[in-house]
Structure formats: C-alpha cells, structure tokens
Design a protein around this ligand. Structure first.
Ligand code: PLP
Length: 392
C-alpha cells in the first residue's frame, strides 16, 4: 500500500458494516435494505462500500447510469437502481446489464420497451411516484394511475418496484411524511384495483429508517446513515447508533513563530495579538475542505484543538499551535476524526461553516486518496494521480 504524506481519507469499512447492522435492527425483519452509493458513495467510494455491505442488502441505488455501470464493471450482480432519470441513449447498456432505471413518463417507458424488445430481454424498472417532493415521478392521482397501467402494459418491460421519496422525513414533525406515506399507499391501492401488482414497494430514506421504521415496506434506501452520519439533528439518534466512517488526515509541513501585529493568510483577516506559533497544513478547498471554515473551527494535532487562522487557501491552511508542544514538519493532523478525547465530525464542520454534511463528504476531492480499512488494516486504496487524458 502506498504511504501518503500530504493528505488522505481513511474509510473505515467496519464502521459501514456496523451502521448497516444497526439500521437492520431498527427495521422489521421483512424489510430489505438498499445501499445508496450514489456520488461515489457520498465521496467514500461506491465500489468498496458496495462490497462491504453486500451480505446485508437486497439491492443498490445510484443516481446516474455511469455510476451503475461502474458497479457492474466491478462484479456487482444484485439489482442496481438508478434513482435519477437517465437519457434514453443509456437504455441500451442498462438493459444489457440488467440495471433498473426509473420510469415515470410514457416516453421513457416506450424507449425502454423498444430497446428491451430489440434485445429480446425483459427490462426491469422502478416506477417513481411524486407524493410531495416535486422532483420526479408520476402524479399520485387518477391520471397517474392510468399512465402506470399503460406503461406496464408495454412489451419487454416489467415494473419490479414502485417508490416515492420523502421531502421532510428528517424533521421532527412527521405530519408531512405521514401524508406522503398515505398518498403513496393509496396510489399503490389504486393500481391494485386496476389489476396492477408491483412486487417491491419502497419509500424510506435514512431519516425514515431511523424515525419511521414502519415506512420500511419491502425495501428501505439507506444513504447518509451508511456513512455514519445522521440526516439531521432532529432524528432520534439513540434508535440507530452510528459510527463515523471517513477520517481526513494530513501532516504539518512547516511551523513558524510570528510576532504580534502579523496577519495570516489572504486578506489578513486574522492578525496575531501575541507571539504565536503557526503550523501550515497542506490541505485546502482544492481538496474539498470547505473554505467557509476560514477563521472557524479547528483541526486536531497531538490530540489537541488547533484553531484555523484566517482564510483557508486552495492548497494550504494555517493553524494555531502556540499551546501545543512538539509540533514540527510531519506531525500528524486530523481534520476529520478522533484523537484521544477530542473528535471532529463532518457534522461539526458543517455547523462551524454553515455548510451541509452530505455536501462536505461528496466534495472531498480527487486530490485526496482514499485508504480502506478493515480490522484497522489497510485493505485497499484509491487515488486519481495516475488518471490520464488519452487525447492530450
Ligand atoms: C439520495 C436518496 C436516498 C438516500 O437518502 P439519505 O438521506 O442519504 O438516506 C434515498 N432515496 C432517494 C430517491 C435518493 O435520491
């Protein structure tokens, strides 16, 4: 395994397993789990995460055709759902590999049907229903029901599942989610009255898995909680204990003393009021570390909090180590993770900077290699340094 000396993200696959087991315990025995690994597993790496949770899931979900094909290329053979609409030009490869697109218009259904018939296969899909998100899906009314029947009568295609998505399940007040669930179940009943039975019903996301386990139905879609984060501060955390998965680690490159009156970083937004010792850390917003943490929050060095001084640059940031002994070049820095009694969670970064925890992990960039751990041993890694542009 390569030694990374600038910055790397450790991905604790044991924590992923702990989290999915924890969710499973909260759900009815008959509810299967779908591992949501879109956006490269929320920045953690879709393939290693998919591999780790394989014994626990009925299926996987991604957002795009390319993400689904990547899983397939790595040998994932359980059902893979593409939760977002895909361009019709992808239907050929999706059908070839048995990947399930979402369908909610007659045009999409006709294109998929045409392709499935051409390939002499049955293409499974999931029917999206809009019950209050106003993003994608059939309207949950008479027109929608008629459309669903028409879609499902086309040759070569089969509705394996029907689903909807909660817009506000992470809020303490569940009235809106209860209404969405009722709307969804009513629509399913309307279809059944028209003779249409769709095998797999699903609507729960992480927030619903935690707070509304009865919405699990046949499948529940676990995203953020797989990665050890709660969807919001309003859910009942005790119901589903979670362990953080990503740690972001770096090493000090330089330490210097500065005199009072000396500004630090772009714009001189921080000015020393006393003699200080300042450490430079080779991580910045070019790595996805949020620039809105400028002058806010801290990193951990030798188990202690080192506050960020002034603006976060693209590739470097400066921290106060005046009160931390024995800091020099190559001293370990934890930007996300635990050192002794102190811990920095992604949620803390979001709170300090006014950001969003889902977005922070998705944004940890390609310049940050991922190192995968099992039983505290590195079992694999991923970096993008060897990516080349074939045409240039
Ligand atoms: C992203 C997504 C999920 C997962 O949501 P989490 O809050 O991360 O659990 C589930 N369903 C759909 C349709 C999604 O787009």
């Amino acid at each position: 395994m390569k030694e990374y000396t600038r910055v790397f993200a450790e991905i604790d696959l044991d924590a992923v397993v702990f989290n999915i087991e924890s969710m499973k315990k909260n759900l009815a025995p008959g509810t299967g789990l779908v591992g949501v690994v879109k956006a490269d597993g929320y920045g953690h790496g879709s393939v290693p995460v998919a591999r780790a949770i394989a014994p626990y899931v009925e299926a996987y979900a991604v957002a795009t055709a390319e993400e689904a094909l990547l899983l397939h290329r790595h040998g994932v053979r359980k059902p893979v759902l593409v939760l977002g609409p895909v361009h019709k030009s992808h239907y050929k490869s999706l059908a070839e590999h048995g990947i399930r697109p979402v369908i909610f218009t007659l045009e999409q259904a006709k294109e998929l049907s045409k392709e499935a018939v051409r390939q002499k296969r049955t293409a499974d899909f999931h029917l999206a229903v809009d019950t209050g998100m106003s993003r994608i899906g059939l309207d949950a009314d008479e027109t929608g029901a008629g459309l669903a029947v028409e879609i499902c009568s086309l040759p070569g295609i089969r509705a394996e599942g029907i689903f909807t998505h909660f817009a506000r399940a992470d809020e303490e007040d569940k009235n809106w989610s209860d209404a969405q669930l009722a709307c969804f179940l009513h629509f399913v009943k309307m279809l059944e009255e028209r003779g249409l039975q769709i095998p797999v019903k699903h609507c729960a996301n992480s927030a619903a898995i935690i707070d509304m386990p009865k919405t699990g139905l046949d499948w529940a879609r676990a995203g953020i909680s797989l990665y050890g984060m709660y969807p919001s501060g309003e859910v009942a955390k005790e119901a589903v204990p979670l362990q953080p998965v990503m740690r972001l680690k770096s090493f000090v490159t330089y330490v210097k003393e500065i005199a009072p009156g000396r500004p630090v970083s772009y714009g001189g937004t921080f000015v020393a009021e006393e003699p200080m010792r300042v450490a430079t850390v080779p991580v910045g917003y070019g790595d996805g570390y949020p620039r809105n943490l400028s002058g806010r929050g801290f990193v951990l060095i030798r188990g202690q909090k080192a506050p960020i001084l002034g603006r976060v640059c693209m590739d470097q940031l400066m921290v106060d180590v005046t009160r931390i002994a024995d800091v020099g070049a190559d001293t370990k820095v934890t930007l996300i993770g635990r050192e002794g009694d102190n811990e920095i969670r992604v949620e803390d970064l979001a709170e300090w900077g006014g950001g969003f925890h889902y977005e922070i992990v998705c944004d940890i960039g390609k310049r940050v290699p991922r190192v995968y751990l099992r039983g505290n041993e590195a079992v694999g890694s991923k970096d993008y340094f060897e990516d080349v542009y074939p045409e240039f």
